[in-house]
Write a protein of this length. Structure first.
Lengths: 130, 574
């Protein structure tokens, strides 16, 4: 279940996985040997019950309504506002930002860990979080 | 005391029960086979597999193996919820389990495979998870008898309980936690380097192919197809009463004549009976016992026929080793005897004798490979097959076992007495020794021995036997199951008991319940034992002294060499 939730908050989920979560939670709640096991799935069950629309937003729109899921965030450089100062490239801890001076820089999302360092570093508010 | 009749409702039907220990046995009694992976009536209840769940009248899901039946209880065994849970749980099992069924030694006899078919599992669903099967574990084939493949383990704990509770060996246990949980020897050592006694009972109860018996069939085929090899087979007493089950004959039927016919068709050159060397063991062991008794040596004398027991004594009670009989086991006696007997013939023909034993036992595989049983660089017994191994050969060759015409054993080593035959069942060695010790050897007197307490499937049998001289009363104990042996040894060490003679067989029920046999619980083992006793009654010769081949051997090949060929001294490790 933990792995399925990981998938969902990182944008790898699909609708089938929500059903799978419900099925697993039901099985575990009713068949677990120990009392801890019987209650372990409750938080997941109640969140699915009360916040199903948020689950759907995560798996269908790949969007986190509260902005808490780092995996679903995307940091972008707005090309028109970027002056090409290279400040963001310097602070990026994983070398995800590349580009030529005086030209707009780009973020490689495969490398980006969404730490937000570049957001703080940019003097021109050219970097935004979506 | 009369048992009070109580009633419960199973799927709406009123069902009586008395003192069943769990709901599961009540349900099975009324003809509903609830699935289980971790439950054996002879092991303690564990409740880990969650397959035997039932729903009670309040809609609670309970495991039937660990819940005692109550008067007035109402349960259902097959509701939509239960079906769904069983399927989900099976899917989870299958997700982390190797699914290469066609190449698995347990193919068609695997409980997990069986349940997957029963519940129509067509999709695994959870096969992308971290716990999913990845073939991560190394296969441990260090042991001569047992192969461990942790990739196929479903962590039901059957083997662990068998090894720890029934056998008191404790060679394997659970290690680590959560996703990493696995069953392995301490420190994940190779099984061969642990205190494992090779009894194979873990493999017998393993529902999947995680613990299996080493397959030596290819080596036998190789020997059979080699013209330079004289392939001599010995068939142990317990094999004949179990092999028939595999081929759809009646449980416990004596199929020795069919085994001989099948083995000749398979290409074995000579087929003999281990009961013959069992007779030899009786003579040697009784002489050793009477000598010790006369000279006042330290008693009890422990039997040495069971190699798992010998290994157990070596590992856990080295101080008892001097009291374990020096007689080789019948299998090893046969090996050394036949190789000495064939020596001249082989030199003339330019052939080499290969001894193949068909045993109900897995520990015999390890016994045959021990250093003590190597003569001139060759093992006395070259290859050991289990009963199931022989069945595999018969299947492979296409021989239709049921339709074979019965054939007789080869001579001279196919000659045996009823006493030798008894070695297949717990108490058999003792009964055979008693037959040699008593003076009045009339049929009636021999038949009467069975009332002294030597027979039966109890794990510990203790009885007294007054000798005819009127002075001595022999105190004898017969145990099967190593856990029972441990109990007896503890009792002796505490000074609460003294015995003259103790027979130990590692497997519950004796060799008929060996791990190399088709799987059977106590009721099946009892049928096998009954057949051995019935077959013994039909033999013309009931005690080992009567075996007409033995005098010629003692005057021939054994002359001056009895100690060399029939006895062994295991090194005592401090």
């Amino acid at each position: 279940m933990n792995e399925i939730l990981d998938d969902i908050v990182n944008g790898r989920g699909d609708m089938g996985q929500i059903d799978m979560l419900i099925e697993l939670a039901d099985t575990i709640t009713n068949t677990a040997l120990c009392g801890l096991g019987k209650t372990a799935a409750s938080p997941v069950v109640s969140t699915i019950k009360e916040f199903k629309n948020e689950y759907i937003a995560h798996v269908v729109d790949k969007y986190c309504p509260t902005g808490s899921c780092r995996g679903l965030k995307r940091i972008e450089i707005i090309e028109e506002m970027c002056k090409g100062c290279s400040k963001c490239q310097t602070v990026c801890p994983v070398n995800a930002i590349t580009g030529q001076r005086k030209e707009p820089y780009r973020i490689d999302w495969a490398k980006c860990i969404k730490c937000g360092k570049c957001l703080d570093a940019c003097h021109f508010s050219a970097i935004v979080e979506k | 005391m009369t048992k009070t009749q109580k009633y419960m409702k199973i799927n709406g039907e009123q069902v009586p029960f008395t003192d069943e220990k769990n709901i599961l046995s009540v349900v099975r009694k009324v003809g509903i086979d609830l699935p289980t992976l971790c439950y054996y009536s002879e092991l303690s209840v564990y409740g880990s597999c969650r397959m035997c769940m039932v729903e009670d009248q309040k809609g609670n899901i309970i495991t039937s193996c660990s819940t005692p039946p109550k008067n007035g209880m109402e349960i259902r065994t097959n509701t939509p919820r239960l079906k769904q849970y069983r399927k989900t749980i099976l899917r989870l099992y299958l997700a982390s389990h190797c699914r290469e069924c066609t190449t698995c030694p347990k193919n068609t006899s695997c409980k997990l495979q069986d349940l997957a078919i029963r519940y129509g599992i067509d999709k695994i669903k959870f096969d992308k998870t971290e716990k999913a099967y990845k073939n991560n574990y190394k296969i441990d084939n260090s042991s001569m008898a047992i192969t461990r493949n942790p990739n196929k383990c479903i962590q039901c704990g059957d083997c662990v309980r068998m090894c720890n509770e029934t056998q008191n060996v404790g060679a394997i246990d659970f290690a680590l936690r959560g996703y990493e949980l696995k069953v392995c020897p301490a420190f994940d050592m190779p099984l061969a380097e642990t205190e494992c006694v090779n009894c194979g009972q873990c493999a017998a109860v393993c529902p999947t192919g995680a613990i299996t018996i080493k397959n030596d069939v290819p080596a036998v085929w190789k020997a059979i197809f080699d013209d330079k090899k004289r392939v001599v087979a010995q068939v142990a007493p317990a094999v004949r009463v179990a092999l028939g089950e595999e081929f759809g004959l009646e449980d416990g039927e004596n199929v020795m004549p069919l085994i001989v016919a099948a083995m000749r068709k398979l290409g074995f050159d000579e087929v003999y009976d281990t009961s013959f060397t069992a007779d030899l063991t009786v003579i040697e062991e009784t002489n050793e016992f009477l000598n010790k008794l006369e000279q006042g040596d330290k008693l009890p004398l422990f039997t040495s026929c069971c190699p798992a027991w010998v290994k157990y004594a070596e590992e856990k009670h080295p101080e008892l080793m001097p009291q374990v009989s020096t007689c080789k086991s019948p299998q090893q006696m046969f090996g050394s005897l036949i190789k000495a007997y064939d020596k001249e013939k082989n030199e003339k023909d330019g052939k080499e004798t290969v001894v193949v034993s068909i045993m109900p036992c897995t520990a015999k595989k390890a016994e045959a490979s021990r250093d003590e049983f190597i003569t001139g660089g060759n093992h006395d017994v070259d290859i050991v097959l289990t009963t199931n191994g022989l069945a595999d050969m018969i299947y492979e060759s296409g021989i239709v076992f049921k339709e074979l015409e019965p054939e007789a054993l080869d001579m001279p080593f196919g000659m045996y007495t009823g006493a030798g035959l008894l070695f297949g069942v717990t108490g058999g060695v003792t009964e055979a020794v008693i037959r040699k010790v008593i003076k009045d050897k009339s049929h009636t007197n021999i038949n009467n021995i069975k009332f002294c307490g030597v027979r039966g499937m109890n794990g510990i049998k203790e009885f007294e036997l007054p000798l005819e001289d009127g002075n001595t009363v022999l105190k004898i104990a017969v145990v099967s199951g190593l856990g029972n042996a441990e109990k007896l040894i503890e009792k002796m060490n505490a000074g609460e008991a003294f015995y003259h003679f103790i027979e130990v067989m590692a497997c519950p029920g004796g060799c008929v319940g060996g791990a190399g046999q088709p799987f059977g619980l106590m009721d099946k083992k009892k049928l096998r034992a009954d057949t051995i006793y019935a077959s013994d009654k039909q033999t013309q010769m009931r005690h080992s002294d009567e075996n007409p081949i033995l005098p010629t051997l003692y005057n021939g090949v054994l002359k001056g060499r009895t100690h060399e060929l029939l006895h062994v001294h295991y090194p005592v490790h401090e």
